[in-house]
Design a protein around this ligand. Structure first.
Ligand SMILES: CC(C)(COP(=O)([O-])OP(=O)([O-])OC[C@H]1O[C@@H](n2cnc3c(N)ncnc32)[C@H](O)[C@@H]1OP(=O)([O-])[O-])[C@@H](O)C(=O)NCCC(=O)NCCSC(=O)C[C@@](C)(O)CC(=O)[O-]
Length: 301
């Protein structure tokens, strides 16, 4: 049942940087994308088409999409929470768009300023227009393992929103532990609900490492056969509307674990460490990734 190949989406340029208070230049963002594709990443979440008042760091979305040097075989995705976002994104020719809902009403309000039902109504035309343009739609489901405002989230709540997303035609379901509180059995229970409505190939895990559980949770997903995960180079990231949530699981850490398990990712860990060192240098702090730090220390002798 354990997969032999895992596909990683590096969400560093988007999720990783969206919460940075100091502006990161468009050039540095494009350079990060270039280094990730050089490391062998085949899926990269580049930016988001959201309100610049809400997330100022993503205000250069058009410029970033224009600046990246696309490689054949790499898929570039962007977040589009509504039709305004999709209309802005379409001319930049993303390979995939991401609509993001929440399993909790409170988080939906804080993050996208509407109820879960309203968010689904906003996404429906986005999905329809994206499909008409031949673009795949990934869904992200925030707070699937817990909410910073409501606390516990049940598997029933997860399944309820998964079903709503499925009903409007969302192609892929990303189960997200926004605040990193999930533990392996709970993660499996949430994943199983997504797997009731989506095939294995269209379910992914998105874990934050706030409580140090992310790798265990990925392992728990592998046990179910799940083989798509989001991760963020250098462990960058965190949602601006989930106070205290730390970064995504570091791509370097996931690749190191998968290498040890003999599971192929197609990613060159040394080049990935270079990408992590690069963006950490830009941000003026060491990589959060334990593997990144260990391999850099080993290189330094
Ligand atoms: C969703 C909205 C836009 C609703 O925001 P709203 O205020 O309800 O929107 P509105 O339709 O009432 O419009 C208000 C203003 O926003 C503008 N506007 C409206 N839409 C857009 C757009 N697409 N792009 C640019 N501008 C937009 C619109 O034009 C108008 O401008 P004004 O007339 O006042 O100048 C807002 O709440 C928002 O941008 N939220 C940011 C959400 C976000 O980016 N969160 C972080 C990403 S999600 C995440 O990180 C979690 C994830 C996916 O990684 C998984 C996990 O770990 O959980």
């Amino acid at each position: 049942m354990m997969p032999t190949h895992v596909t990683l989406v590096d969400v560093g340029p988007r999720d990783g940087l969206q919460n940075e208070k100091e502006p990161v230049s468009t050039e540095h963002k494009a350079q990060l994308v270039a280094m990730l594709q050089a490391a062998g990443l085949k899926e990269i979440e580049v930016t988001s088409f959201v309100s610049p008042k809400w997330v100022p760091q993503m205000a250069d979305n058009l410029a970033v999409m224009a600046a990246i040097q696309r490689q054949p075989g790499v898929r570039y995705s962007v977040l589009t929470p509504n039709m305004k976002g999709l209309e802005a994104a379409l001319p930049t020719k993303p390979d995939e768009i991401v609509v993001f809902a929440a399993a909790s009403e409170a988080f939906s309000q804080k993050n996208i300023n509407c109820s879960i039902a309203e968010s689904i109504a906003r996404f429906a035309p986005v999905v329809e227009f994206a499909h008409a343009a031949g673009i795949k739609v990934r869904g992200a489901l925030s707070c699937a393992l817990g909410c910073p405002y409501e606390g516990e989230i049940s598997a029933d709540q997860v399944e309820h929103v998964v079903r709503l997303m499925k009903d409007i035609g969302v192609d892929h379901m990303g189960v997200a532990d926004t605040i990193g509180v999930g533990t392996p059995r709970k993660v499996q229970a949430a994943m199983e609900r997504a797997l009731k409505h989506y095939p294995l190939v269209e379910v992914s895990g998105h874990f934050h490492d706030t409580y140090g559980q992310a790798l265990s949770n990925i392992y728990a997903c592998l046990e179910l056969g799940v083989h798509n995960f989001d991760a963020s180079v250098a462990g960058l990231g965190g949602c601006p509307y989930a106070k205290g949530a730390t970064g995504n699981v570091a791509t370097e850490d996931v690749v190191f674990m998968l290498n040890g398990l003999g599971i192929d990712t197609g990613i060159d860990i040394d080049k990935l460490v270079d990408a992590g060192a690069f963006i950490s240098g830009v941000l003026g702090r060491p990589p959060v990734s334990r593997v990144g730090r260990a391999l850099l220390a080993k290189r330094a002798g």
